[in-house]
Ligand binder design. Sequence first.
Ligand SMILES: [Zn+2]
Length: 146
Amino acid sequence: MDKAIAQLFDLQGWIVYRTEYKQDSIQIYVGRPRKVARCPECGKVTSRVYDRARQWRRKLHTWCNEKPVYLWVRPRRFQCTGCKKVFTERFPGIRPWARRTERAEALLLQRLKANSFRQALPARRLRRLARSNVQAVVRQWKATLP
Ligand SMILES: [Zn+2]
């Protein structure tokens, strides 16, 4: 079942701990199987886990039958055995501090552009918009509102 979930929501390579089906959303608790991480400061690979985030963090990931699908992650913190710096585990497809996965951003962008801009913007600005992130698109979209 969890394998099917992983496949359905493009989570290959993740561990799916638990899936909750709510009335208005799907919540998937996930983590990474890798036991090591690379220090962003000096590049050394370390396996020394310093601690783990106290709270699970919610990331919008995709939609299923119009219901939002959220990932819940609880990143580990590693301590580099080289430079001793403590750093937080990074997840593929999720930028640090982002509240959405890159997949969700891409889907949001597609929707926003399809629905909001086709009529409103000239082609040149649409092309420029295609390279920008959700925040920029939302800004542009607001700017087109009367
Ligand atoms: Zn280091």
